[in-house]
Ligand binder design. Structure first.
Ligand code: AMP
Length: 640
């Protein structure tokens, strides 16, 4: 009988375990989730917690919880956990043991051997500590494998050629970039550079400081002082960061976050993706410096690279693919799930050691970018608008299912309607792409230019595309569902996608073992789809009214109302945007107020006075909070 060897990605933030079955790597679920947070804790009654329960208690009991132990591996120190002290290997062993037991439960047999991955830059003592952790967990570590090699293994190169990969790995706590050479099935790391103190945790910290500084300015209270409040805020900003990977805005809402003069204070904040990208820009520049060093050390140019591979949860932020493509002149691959590909590669290496056959990893992706026609304003002096600019919303090679949104603005004052013209393709000019559908959203608020529309695209595994356009200030919404959007792809592409899909589907519905199967909602979330992440309007999902099946009739042209919109980043300043929203809300308040009872009218009067004052005095943060309060009341009154 062949050896049973599991592959383990022992990550700073998360860990995974995988196995190759029927030539395909499969990530094993742990309590229904493919990802185990690399967090260890002791409960209040001294019980050991590993994974999610430990991560959940971090907010309440940071002193009884250990995160990011990977950063301490190989160091001669003790880590306090409650009243006890542990070596880093011991803490890592607890994580490994949890993974081993999940694999045994899933496979229905004992597991004694593993391939464990480590960063390419790990030194001997860090590798040795990892081996010891494995032994402590009851595992013989048959190979310590470099993480970039594992990632490259999932993008199986042609064994007959010499191919070079650049693996850009940005996780929670660490960053590294490696050049991996594959020749005749043999992988070699030619160079590797990194920063052991740079990752998604630092992005969270920057966001946290940004929000805490703003809150402090408004209320003179520092949310970072109280450990529990800080942990709560940290979790909120991390969620917002993840939302921003697929959507142009994210809302942070934390009730009773602080108290002032006996009055509870709530935190409500809308974050723009562009703000986040500006905040993390200096850190991303550092990663680009490392990338250049890795290329120099391997003595190659960007043009020598066969593939650019993304690894690590933080590479889901779209700014990273953008920067890499601009720097390296080719799109980065993220078809294999960036959080899972190292574990899958470890499983592939394990299968190779065990003498099993491994096939190419199959994934389902969108083969073309999908987006809308927009208006580009070249610069503030020229009036040469480009009317045919393609604004992609779902980029090519995005794993399915997916849900993404972007914000666009009207360009004329009192613009009452906008065409949403949907295209797929890679050209920046829509005339060279393929039109998929079109619809019109009418009845927009009569406000100055800069009125924001959220355009959301949901693309399912079976190729159905749903496009929703929503006026941000009022919630006015219209959508279109295009069946078989994938049928427009080349036939061979569709066939390949179909067989990949069938296979993925069959595998995801496994029933072996009695561990819970992966929760479909979690899987969708993991695959980048966040249904409803931005649809805070309940009517959105289950209301078929307002749906239009493609094809829709051509809308009538309105000479007075230009049809175009442009991405928000290219246009209005922050103040303008807030002003547009506020004016739309004031207009709506007038309409709703006319029908409201005297008590509600008085409340509306009080709030609209505050909004008007903030608007007149151009106090933008105040305008945003008062507008939010007004929007809440309007929402309630409209619903009543
Ligand atoms: P890893 O160490 O590879 O598991 O990556 C974990 C890091 O990825 C954490 O900092 C997460 O906050 C971050 N992350 C996970 N999902 C996303 C996402 N959708 N967008 C941005 N960052 C993410």
């Amino acid at each position: 009988m062949q050896d049973l060897i599991i592959g383990i990605d022992l990550g700073t933030t998360n860990s995974e375990v995988a196995i190759v079955e029927n030539g395909q790597p499969r990530v094993i679920a742990i309590d229904g989730d493919p990802i185990l947070p690399s967090v260890v804790g002791l409960s209040s009654d001294e019980k050991l917690l590993v994974g999610k329960p430990a991560r959940n208690q971090y907010v309440l009991a940071p002193e009884r919880t250990v995160k990011s132990v990977k950063r301490q591996m190989g160091l001669d120190l003790k880590i306090p956990l409650g009243a006890q002290q542990f070596r880093p290997q011991e803490v890592s062993a607890m994580i490994l043991r949890r993974l081993k037991e999940a694999a045994e439960k899933d496979l229905g047999q004992p597991v004694h051997k593993a391939v464990i991955t480590v960063p390419a830059y790990f030194n001997d003592s860090q590798r040795q500590a990892t081996r010891e952790a494995g032994q402590l967990a009851g595992l013989e570590v048959v190979r310590i494998l470099n993480e970039p090699t594992a990632a490259a293994l999932t993008y199986r190169p042609n064994p007959d050629t010499n191919e070079k990969f650049l693996v850009y790995d940005l996780g929670g706590g660490t960053f590294d970039v490696s050049i991996v050479q594959a020749e005749g099935g043999v992988f070699e790391v030619l160079s590797s550079h990194g920063d052991t103190q740079l990752g998604g945790d630092d992005f969270d910290e920057l966001l946290l400081n940004h929000i805490a500084d703003e809150f402090q300015e408004l209320y003179q209270i520092d949310l970072r002082v109280n450990l529990t409040t800080k942990a709560r805020l940290l979790r909120a900003v991390e969620n917002a960061k993840k939302t921003l990977s697929d959507h142009a805005f994210a809302r942070i809402e934390e009730e009773f976050i602080a108290e002032k003069d006996g009055v509870p204070l709530h935190l409500t904040k809308e974050l723009e993706r562009s703000t986040f990208e500006q905040l993390i820009d200096p850190l991303l520049r550092r990663t680009m410096d490392c990338l250049q060093k890795a290329l120099d050390d391997a003595k190659i140019n960007a043009s020598d690279l066969k593939q650019v591979v993304l690894v690590g949860g933080s590479t889901r932020s779209p700014v990273i693919s953008r920067l890499l493509e601009a720097r390296l002149g080719q799109p980065a691959h993220r078809e294999v799930h960036p959080d899972l590909c190292v574990a899958m590669g470890a499983a592939i290496q394990a299968a190779i050691i065990a003498g099993s056959d491994v096939g190419a990893v199959l994934v389902d992706i969108t083969p073309h970018s999908v987006g809308i026609k927009s208006l580009e304003v070249p610069d503030s002096f020229s009036r040469q608008f480009n009317e045919y600019k393609f604004a992609p919303i779902v980029p090519r090679n995005t794993p399915l299912p997916t849900s993404r949104s972007e914000i666009f603005c009207t360009v004329s004052d009192n613009q009452a309607k906008v065409d949403i013209d949907i295209f797929q393709g890679e050209s920046g000019d829509v005339r060279r792409n393929h039109r998929v559908g079109k619809f019109l959203i009418e009845g927009l608020a009569r406000v100055p230019a800069g009125n924001q529309l959220v355009v959301q695209m949901e693309l399912t595994l079976d190729g159905t595309l749903k496009v929703t356009a929503r006026e941000k200030a009022t919630g006015l919404m219209k959508n279109i569902v295009i069946d078989n959007a994938m049928a427009r792809f080349a036939v061979e592409e569709k066939d390949a996608a179909q067989s990949r899909l069938d296979r993925m589907w069959a595998e995801s519905e496994w029933t072996e073992g009695d561990d819970e199967p992966i929760d479909p909602a979690k899987l969708a979330d993991l695959l980048g789809s966040e249904p409803g992440a931005y649809d805070d309007d309940e009517e959105d999902d289950d209301d078929d009214e307002g749906y239009e099946k493609f094809p829709v009739p051509e809308p009538e042209e309105d000479a007075a109302a230009p049809r175009f919109q442009f991405p928000v980043d290219a246009g209005a300043t922050t103040g303008q945007r807030e002003a547009v929203q506020a004016r739309a809300l004031l207009e709506k308040a007038e309409r709703v107020g006319a029908k409201a009872n005297s008590e509600d009218r008085a409340e509306l009067g009080r709030l609209t006075a505050k909004v008007k004052a903030a608007l007149d005095e151009r106090r933008w943060p105040d305008l945003q909070s008062t507008s939010n309060a007004l929007a809440d009341v309007l929402f309630y009154l409209e619903d009543a």
